[in-house]
Design a protein around this ligand. Structure first.
Ligand code: MN
Length: 234
């Protein structure tokens, strides 16, 4: 009979909160697909307002990124086409089921800049074969997220600029106002299918300009009014 010790789990991943010592514990990552028309088009899809769809990033994929720290981001195995997708991340401070759209914003703790890093070649294969996307979307360390700014803090608005550069070259540059499904709509719809909980994150989709990164490249993701994140692919 095995004498293997009972596993002891690592503590939950947590994100820093701007100006506070407390940290935000991460529960799950929900991600919306094709939420900016120009990105849907660059991926070969019709950007008309089809019903939104979601996929998950495991908590293990979330990597906390601290203000002003260049964080190493490991290039994952199994891909030769690893893409950046810069996204506004919504952090929920309060959960619920069937949350009405007009109450959805009350559930938001704050906002951060995140990346939905994607093994594009594996995602493409999964799409073609009608398979799940996790192998493309939920690689270890594929969800770096920066410090959370509390909802209502001055300087941030849902119409601000969202950008990503690699080695100083601007690749993604858009406005949050270009989202197809608004944040209250995303929360309301998700909460019909899942009981949302405090600690859940929502990656709200990426604008156009996604591209592959290589080892040693430095990515800087930013959203107006939030703390930018800086990552070096290793
Ligand atoms: Mn995405």
């Amino acid at each position: 009979m095995s004498s293997m010790p009972v596993p002891v789990l690592e503590p939950r991943t947590s994100l820093s909160i701007v100006g506070e010592a407390a940290r935000f514990p991460v529960r799950r990552g929900f991600c919306i697909g094709r939420n900016y028309a120009a990105h849907a088009r660059e991926m070969g899809h019709d950007p008309t307002r089809e019903a939104p769809f979601f996929f998950l990033k495991t908590a293990e994929a979330i990597v906390p990124v601290e203000a002003g720290v260049e964080t190493p981001l490991p290039y994952p195995p199994g891909t030769s086409d690893y893409h950046h997708e810069v996204e506004l991340v919504v952090a929920l401070g309060q959960g619920g089921k069937d949350i009405p759209e007009d109450k959805a914003m009350e559930h938001i703790f704050g906002y951060a800049v995140g990346l939905d890093m994607t093994r594009r070649d594996l995602q493409g294969e999964a799409k073609k074969l009608g398979r799940p996307w996790e192998i493309g979307k939920s690689a270890d360390a594929s969800g770096p997220v920066g410090p959370i700014t509390r909802a209502g803090a001055p300087g941030f608005s849902l119409s601000g600029r969202i950008t990503l550069s690699t080695d100083g070259v601007m690749k993604q540059d858009a406005t949050l106002a270009a989202m197809i499904w608004s944040i209250p709509e995303q929360i309301a719809i998700l909460s019909r299918y899942f009981e949302l909980k405090a600690g859940d994150l929502i990656f709200t989709g990426t604008p156009e300009g996604v591209s592959a990164v290589e080892r040693r490249q430095v990515m800087v993701g930013a959203v107006e009014g939030l703390t930018p994140i800086r990552l070096k692919v290793v």
